[in-house]
Ligand binder design. Structure first.
Ligand SMILES: [Zn+2]
Length: 135
């Protein structure tokens, strides 16, 4: 599969929003130091999907580890990397401007509420399709 080039504007967004911090170094080692050498990884491991939400900056070591899916060891999952990336970005935003922490928390709170509401809607839909019988 040919690797599609990520547009420069999207690369800039990914690199600047994390300020070259590796999402896995942060999540696994509490390491928020800049990794000047790194790569932009495709979270779903599909090089055709260049959407910003599917991209994460990783140091060279972790980029290589992320791309290696071994039978012997449990690979990092796309869901796991997404959470690590989002948490890192949240921490960086607060670190950059601690006076705005209440806005970051409010934003996170609204996101969680929206996710819970969506889960409830899906659950309701499922129950309508397959009503549970009692007795
Ligand atoms: Zn790393």
């Amino acid at each position: 599969m040919a690797r599609k080039k990520i547009p420069a504007a999207i690369q800039d967004k990914i690199l600047t929003e994390c300020r070259r911090r590796c999402a896995l170094c942060f999540a696994l080692n509490n390491d928020v130091s800049a990794k000047v050498q790194g790569q932009i990884a495709h979270i779903d491991r599909n090089p055709e999907n260049g959407d910003a939400s599917n991209l994460a900056y990783l140091c060279l070591e972790h980029a290589s580890l992320y791309d290696t899916v071994s039978r012997q060891s449990k690979a990092f999952t796309p869901g796991e990397l997404t959470v690590y990336k989002e948490t890192l970005l949240l921490v960086l935003r607060v670190a950059h401007d601690p006076h705005r922490i209440h806005l970051v928390v409010a934003e996170l709170y609204l996101k969680i509420i929206a996710e819970l509401a969506e889960e409830a809607r899906q659950e309701q839909k499922k129950n309508k399709i397959r009503p549970k019988r009692k007795g």
